[in-house]
Design a protein. Structure first.
Length: 260
């Protein structure tokens, strides 16, 4: 597969004409973005044997972000081998994204090592979120497949792994932006304050008398409401950061996601 160019070189036959919608244009190399979605589109040399999915990914667009492909107006699979000069259109993933029948409901996720802040935000909202800061790419794919978790990442190479059952590119560089993106794309069921931000285990109310000897003196005097993680044993109470965390939960509520 030759490298995509904006226009064919002199004397070179134009092979494919690819139209990329606004939602996906940021994946393209800078030199291609301005014309990709317009009348002109992206001109892409084609070797005649590569699949259309390979062509799309060679332009920088992960197939996880594409709901459908059209060749000369007709829906085609990513394994399709287009004819010379075909007009190709990419259809972006619909939001909220419908998941395959084999996906658990509500959806659950596994995040790559660079999304630790997002993992804590999702757990705060009660979303089942697996995360380890030392997990290697093959481990992430294996866990996603075995547990039917959606793999969330900003690594396009990770999303190109053929064995991955389902993944998604996370938009945004800040945790707030990333949280908004995931909630809008998957609309997961939210149950704030029910998961441990540290390990993803379930939280349950615990009597103060039962854990009083584990509390700092100031906390024991000031607070009466506590929860404990059933997995790691961490204790939680509405401390100094509670107002900030509550604001994040309220922001998620305003985005329209639904709650238990």
């Amino acid at each position: 597969m030759t490298r995509p160019e904006h226009r064919p070189a002199a004397g070179e036959r134009l092979r494919l004409h690819v139209h990329v919608p606004d939602e996906l244009r940021f994946f393209l190399p800078t030199r291609l973005r301005r014309r990709a979605g317009g009348q002109e589109g992206v001109y892409c040399p084609y070797d005649g044997t590569s699949s259309l999915g390979h062509v799309v990914q060679s332009l920088g667009v992960p197939l996880t972000e594409v709901a459908g492909l059209r060749a000369d107006g007709e829906p085609v699979a990513d394994s399709h081998r287009p004819a010379d000069g075909a007009h190709i259109a990419l259809v972006p993933v619909h939001r909220p994204q419908p998941l395959p029948p084999s996906a658990p409901s509500p959806p659950r996720f596994v995040l790559d090592v660079h999304l630790g802040a997002l993992a804590r935000r999702l757990r705060l909202l009660g979303v089942d979120t697996a995360y380890r800061n030392d997990a290697h790419d093959p481990e992430l794919v294996e866990q996603a497949n075995a547990e039917r978790r959606v793999l969330l990442t900003r690594d396009r190479g990770l999303l190109r792994r053929r064995t991955l059952w389902l993944g998604a590119f996370v938009r945004g560089s800040r945790a707030d932006e990333q949280t908004t993106d995931v909630l809008e794309r998957f609309d997961p069921l939210l149950a704030p304050w029910t998961r441990c931000p540290a390990c993803n285990g379930p939280l349950a109310a615990v009597a103060k008398e039962e854990i009083a000897d584990q509390l700092p003196p100031g906390t024991r005097r000031t607070y009466d409401t506590f929860t404990r993680c059933a997995s790691c044993g961490r204790l939680y109470w509405p401390g100094a950061h509670h107002a900030r965390l509550t604001a994040r939960v309220d922001a998620a509520r305003r985005r329209g996601s639904w709650f238990r």
